[in-house]
Design a protein around this ligand. Structure first.
Ligand code: SF4
Length: 226
């Protein structure tokens, strides 16, 4: 299957919620600066996604082969137990937004711009998932992301990119030598249809993570993946 590009992802910023997360009083001068930055960012942002429909060729104890690419992970293998079709993807807030934020002056302003980009990526990602789920009738879905767990390290990222095709040519996302994505406000992974609730965070013990989406379950590894 050929990769598909979505270059019209919907995005938004809930400014009240952003100001709250930055701990800024809505009437303050700092809040006015942030609102000005939001206005600028909304004008330049062009978040995008690239994905493809792919099929599982084979599975072993701790690996799966998808369209000829072998991924080594016990969690991936167990989560794909009943799965035959998957959707590898990369979603990005976009280079346009990166170029804009590079021109923002001041340490504090740079930090605010970074948070604005994070919010834009979050809403664009939600739009991508909603459209993918509807287009392919996936029902309940979950994602696995290389690098989010020790079990599926970030060194598998180049294979994921090759499986998708050419994310750089498609949506301007490339990998550094240490497998990090540029622009940094990008997310990569494999989406799949499932009846079993799964979030990487369930297997991650990091304390006080601001992005935690599910509580850590210290028994889950033993119960489901060992
Ligand atoms: S808890 Fe935080 S670091 Fe751990 S997987 Fe979830 S988002 Fe990532």
């Amino acid at each position: 299957m050929k990769p598909i590009i979505m270059s019209d992802l919907k995005f938004d910023i809930n400014s009240a919620s952003l100001l709250r997360s930055l701990r800024l009083d809505e009437a303050s001068d700092d809040a006015k600066t942030v609102l000005g930055l939001i206005e600028e960012a909304m004008k330049v942002a062009k978040p995008k996604a690239i994905f493809k429909e792919a099929f599982i060729d084979d599975k072993g104890h701790d690996y799966v082969i998808i369209d000829g690419f072998r991924f080594k992970s016990r969690v991936l293998r167990v989560n794909f137990d009943e799965v035959h079709r998957v959707f590898p993807y990369v979603v990005t807030a976009g280079r346009e937004l990166d170029e804009w934020s590079n021109g923002v002056e001041g340490m504090l302003e740079q930090y605010w711009a970074d948070q604005i980009k994070e919010f834009i990526l979050g809403t664009a990602y939600n739009d991508f998932i909603a459209r993918l789920t509807e287009a392919y009738g996936l029902g309940t879905t979950a994602s696995m992301n290389p690098g989010s767990l020790e079990d599926w390290p970030i060194s598998e990222q180049p294979k994921l990119f090759s499986l998708i095709g050419d994310p750089f040519q498609g949506i301007g996302v490339e990998l550094t030598d240490s497998y990090l994505m540029v622009p940094a406000k990008s997310v990569s992974g494999i989406r799949y249809s499932t009846q079993v609730t799964y979030e990487n965070c369930q297997l991650c013990s990091r304390e006080n993570c601001p992005n935690r989406r599910a509580p850590y379950d210290p028994l889950l590894w033993e119960q489901r993946y060992k």
